[in-house]
Design a protein around this ligand. Structure first.
Ligand code: NAP
Length: 292
């Protein structure tokens, strides 16, 4: 699945991140389609991302990406208000995306979902019954209270997960969700691009990542893998992960991502444990982009 936050708003760790212009985005979406990519991850909160995907759909009426999108800020005054506001948001998403239904709808805020999980579930089922969405789930962070979600009937959970951060393995979350049949999609596999960086200068606001990046480069050197490749190898080697969401802002970046995905090597459980041991005591700021 390709992440589209980069299509619609300044995003990422660069000081002045660019958004692809219309021609660049059209070329990228054409290329994604032609190389067989069918899933896009987006959100109503990603600036103009949904609208820009919708424009591409409008000009390619015989092609349609499968869409995972996210909503938040619904009206929770009563069950009726919640259903009405969920419908309004989903219909607005469909209109922007130029589609008639959403393939996967996620609660963008796990806190919002957790404020009343039972009602939120009922609402999702209503949207399914009305043919507005196919599947549903929650976008969350490792610090959320995830275990109560296991008894829900959600189809998927999206979580940040990467080679420097084994918390979801160590606390049993991945195994528990996998056993309960809820699909786990990992996002921020490249830590917003940090894991592909060669250096960070001491005066950069991310200078606290210098030591972790150096350690990571040593791991890659030992395994004779380039940094991006190793990050993807690791996440795709975790048996409980059903899929990954990779963000890219250009055709060049996607071509390299594609090469890495096609060259994935599965790591043994011993390698995975050795890597986890290397990073278990990592500075928490490194694996928490909201603190950058
Ligand atoms: N649900 C949520 O709350 C939530 C939160 C965050 C993200 N997401 C979703 O997940 C997607 C991916 O997350 P993410 O962007 O944080 O993580 P990511 O996939 O770990 O990182 C994407 C960044 O990696 C860099 N990159 C990509 N391809 C590269 C290449 N070939 N060579 C070098 N660098 C490369 C780019 O950085 P530069 O842009 O700096 O070039 C790109 O923006 C987003 O687009 C969004 O759809 C969801």
């Amino acid at each position: 699945m390709i992440g589209t936050a980069q299509f619609g708003m300044p995003y990422g760790i660069k000081e002045h991140p660019d958004i692809p212009d219309d021609n660049q985005l059209n070329d990228l979406l054409n290329y994604l389609w032609d190389t067989g990519v069918r899933w896009l991850d987006t959100a109503e909160g990603y600036g103009k991302a949904e609208q820009r995907i919708g424009t591409w759909h409008q000009y390619h009426s015989n092609k349609r990406f499968n869409i995972c999108t996210k909503v938040t800020g619904l009206d929770h005054s009563s069950r009726k208000d919640l259903l009405q506001s969920a419908k309004r948001h989903v219909i607005a998403c469909c209109n922007r995306l130029n589609v008639t239904m959403i393939d996967i709808l996620l609660w963008h805020s796990a806190d919002e979902y957790l404020s009343d999980p039972l009602t939120c579930q009922v609402i999702m089922k209503e949207l399914q019954k009305e043919g507005l969405i196919k599947l549903w789930g929650v976008s969350a962070y490792p610090f959320h209270n995830l275990m109560p979600m296991l008894s829900s009937e959600m189809d998927m959970i999206q979580l940040p997960f990467n080679i420097l951060d084994s918390r979801l393995i160590d606390n049993g979350v991945l195994k528990a969700f996998h056993s309960s049949g809820i699909k786990i999609y990992a996002r921020s596999v490249l830590l917003q691009g940090l894991l592909t960086r060669s250096t960070i200068s001491p005066d950069n606001k991310l200078s606290f990542c210098i030591e972790a990046l150096r350690k990571y480069q040593n791991v890659c050197h030992n395994y004779k893998r380039c940094q991006g490749q190793m990050a993807i190898d690791y996440v795709l080697s975790i048996p409980q992960i059903s899929g990954i969401v990779l963000g890219c802002r250009s055709l060049d970046q996607f071509q390299t991502l594609k090469k890495w995905i096609n060259s994935t090597e599965v790591l043994t459980s011993d390698c995975i444990e050795e890597i986890n041991k290397t990073f278990r005591q990592i500075d928490p700021r490194v694996i928490t982009p909201t603190m950058w």
